[in-house]
Design a protein around this ligand. Sequence first.
Ligand code: FES
Length: 113
Amino acid sequence: MQTKPVGSEIPEMARLTITIAQTGETFFCSSAMSVLQGMASLGRKGIPAGCHCGGCGVCKIEILAGEYQCGLMSRAHVSEDEQNRAVVLACRIRPQSDLLVRVVGKMCKSVCR
Ligand code: FES
């Protein structure tokens, strides 16, 4: 298990810590970045580098704790009910506080190993 969050290039004042519930891993993200951009700093193969615009649905996560801003997401990938339960696309949200997230869907294979 990793003890120090990756993403140290983010200025200290802007750093928010994102924790992945399934693994306990953490990474830094700023409120100006999407959670998916921050997650890419984990350096895992298979973290989607494709659409980054809410169109493909592979980066689905559930926010278990924390505040975030949410951009538009395709209803084909996140239903209104899911969004109300804080199931969102990592590429379309920006953290506003430290977050605890659970990776769901296809990206779990890459992140949760
Ligand atoms: S990367 Fe395609 S929806 Fe997030």
